[in-house]
Write a protein that binds this ligand. Structure first.
Ligand code: 3PG
Length: 308
């Protein structure tokens, strides 16, 4: 059984060592492709793989075609928009994610970005505090819930909207439920995004929402760049001198925004949300465990694609 870990952005060394130990304990072959810069390296590496573990690596239809033995793909992380689910399902390849395993790392980064924005990107000018400010969480999954707890620790007033979570589940978590994205943006000075890049969500954060945010508006995006309408972000930064945008996924126009709005725009140079030793370990080890359980017990817990 050949298991390939293909990570353009590698896991921490300690995570890879643990994954290797688990896989080799079962006497499976592990191949590691890290830091690859050309898709041809991935296409070559998958050609003999029975199982594939990836992060945000793009597993498009041609990668799946190049992997005739592939039976399972595990995305070590939450979002699986990088995997062509139709192409995988067509071949009866099981696709899984590892929900929750890297959530704490992302939630902590959200608070770091919030503080960074509140202090004007540490530019030496007086900023403000998070205590007493309102934070709206858009998407109340594993990450959103942790962000709520951390923000409450800072003394923020936290509310949340999620189209797929019952309002009572939100209030059970001691967070105020909100009934629409419109209300979430209108009522909160800070908004943090935790929704997936599904077709319904593409560019859903638009100008009317940004325009409606209260004075001192700050938008935090550690989710996906595709959920933002970039023209609306540009317009908000241009037309509202109180608007800030901090992001872990640089928009296509990042250089332009950095140049024009250095005290109100920041994007990490590389996606850092899940880039901690702990998150790498949790997600990587979970992925290895899920692959082994699938091979040995046909366990399809966490499958995200439909069975054909
Ligand atoms: C996720 O969906 O789990 C996060 O965006 C982390 O992605 P990464 O594994 O590429 O850091």
């Amino acid at each position: 059984m050949k298991i390939l870990i293909a990570t353009e952005k590698p896991f921490a060394k300690s995570a890879v060592e643990s994954m290797r130990a688990m896989i080799e304990h079962e006497e499976y072959d592990l191949r590691l492709l890290e830091n690859y810069t050309d898709k041809s390296e991935l296409l070559e590496a998958v050609s003999k793989a029975d199982a594939l573990i990836v992060r945000s690596d793009k597993i498009t239809a041609d990668v799946i075609v190049a992997a005739p033995n592939l039976k399972i793909i595990v995305r070590a992380g939450a979002g699986y928009d990088n995997i062509d689910l139709d192409a995988a399902s067509e071949r009866n390849i099981v696709v899984m994610n590892t929900p929750g395993q890297n959530a704490n790392a992302v939630a902590e980064l959200v608070m770091g970005l919030a503080v960074y924005a509140a202090r004007n990107m540490f530019n030496g000018k007086s900023g403000s505090e998070l205590k007493g400010k309102k934070l709206g969480i858009y998407g109340f999954g594993n990450i959103g819930r942790l962000v709520a707890k951390l923000a409450q620790g800072y003394g923020m007033e936290v509310s949340a909207y999620d189209a797929y979570v019952k309002k009572s589940d939100i209030s059970d978590a001691h967070v105020t439920p909100i009934y629409s994205p419109t209300d979430l943006f209108k009522e909160n000075q800070y908004v943090s995004l935790h929704i997936p890049a599904t077709p319904d969500n593409l560019k859903c954060v638009d100008w009317p929402l940004l325009k409606s945010m209260p004075q001192g508006a700050t938008l935090i995006n550690t989710a996906r760049k595709e959920i933002i309408d970039e023209t609306a972000i540009k317009r908000a930064l241009r037309e509202r001198d109180d608007f800030k945008y901090v992001s872990d996924i640089a928009p296509d126009c990042a250089d332009e925004l950095k140049e024009a709005f250095p005290a109100r725009f920041y994007a990490t140079p590389k996606k850092m949300g899940a880039q901690t030793a702990e998150a790498n370990f949790n997600a990587g080890v979970a992925a290895a465990r899920q692959v082994i359980n699938f091979i040995q017990n046909d366990d399809t817990t966490f499958q995200v694609n439909k069975k054909k």
